[in-house]
Design a protein. Structure first.
Length: 319
């Protein structure tokens, strides 16, 4: 496989599954951050993620493994591993448990219809939390519609589109390049971007604002405003499977008063738009030192901001 020059995997929170896809007692095989993992839901209802391979003889815990209370049981010799700590909690044929009988337990959060895992290249604990999205618990907003797509590209190249307003004109066929303002919050970790455009909608023509908040390179919200009394909102998690493969999950909702008038069209258009980018993403390489022109100020700003999410120990990280 050709080396596409992708940087290492940035640190942060990333969704690894939809909550609805993991029932009590379910055991799932997943792969993220170039790691094999086992995802399961304990009998008390907690989502847990462990490294996949049993320290005993290397069996994959998701291939035939089963939930035992708050642990997952290896399919090979029935060793049980606690979902919170990763420690071996039981060996059915041996009273003494070896001190090295443990697997890595990943930090997990569950909200906004998704299960999130914290990744840090140096193994550091979470330094911030997954943001809450109150729209999904508000009766004035529609039930979330979900969308998922896997793309053969590094996560940074997907995230970079957020501050590339020029590509909306040439790739997404918008009339002109939208004016975009950018600011930074929470000590520079959160990026806030607002783009302005005039759009025709089923409810008329309006001056619209597309508001994006981004937490690290993996989490973001998109809110479209400008139609009086109407809300259009999306929470996204874009997660690295490995350096060259990314999966993006979106949960979309609108105010109930707009679902039949403008909401359906908005949700359809925003999900359809990602396919405009697919051919470019699937065939591009990553330019660690791109040649930028003077109109690429937002792209340069994005590159400077993104560096903070890579560990300095990874020589290929700061791109």
């Amino acid at each position: 496989m050709m080396d596409r020059g992708a940087p290492f995997i940035p640190n942060g929170w990333y969704a690894v599954a939809w909550s609805k896809d993991v029932g009590v007692g379910d055991v799932k095989r997943i792969r993220y951050f170039d790691n094999e993992m086992v995802l399961f839901r304990t009998r008390s209802g907690k989502a847990r993620v462990l490294d996949a391979y049993c320290p005993h003889l290397g069996a994959h815990l998701a291939e035939g493994g089963r939930v035992q209370g708050e642990s997952v049981r290896c399919p090979f010799h029935a060793w049980e591993f606690d979902g919170e700590s990763g420690e071996c909690s039981k060996i059915p044929y041996c009273a003494r448990i070896p001190t090295k009988a443990r697997v890595r337990a990943w930090d997990v959060r569950e909200l906004t219809h998704m299960i999130f895992v914290w990744h840090h290249a140096e193994g550091k604990p979470p330094s911030w939390e997954v943001p809450k999205a109150p729209h999904y618990d508000d009766s004035d907003w529609s039930p979330a519609r979900t969308f998922e797509i896997e793309v053969p590209v590094h996560i940074q190249d997907m995230a970079e589109n957020n501050l590339d307003p020029v590509h909306f004109e040439y790739v997404h066929r918008m009339t002109g390049t939208p004016d975009t303002e950018v600011s930074f919050e929470d000590d520079g970790r959160v990026m806030h971007a607002v783009s302005y455009s005039t759009q025709e909608t089923p409810m008329g023509t309006f001056d619209m604002q597309l508001v994006r908040d981004t937490w690290g390179l993996g989490l973001g919200t998109v809110e479209s405003s400008g139609i009086p009394g109407v809300g259009l909102y999306m929470f996204t998690s874009t997660s690295p499977i490995d350096r060259d493969t990314t999966i993006s999950r979106w949960a979309l909702t609108t105010t109930n008063n707009a679902v039949d008038i403008a909401g359906e069209e908005w949700m359809e258009n925003i999900t359809r738009g990602v396919f405009d980018d697919m051919r470019i993403w699937s065939n591009k390489i990553h330019r660690a030192e791109p040649v930028l022109c003077e109109a690429d100020t937002l792209l340069a700003e994005f590159r400077r901001w993104a560096k903070q999410f890579y560990s300095p120990s990874e020589t290929g990280g700061a791109r």
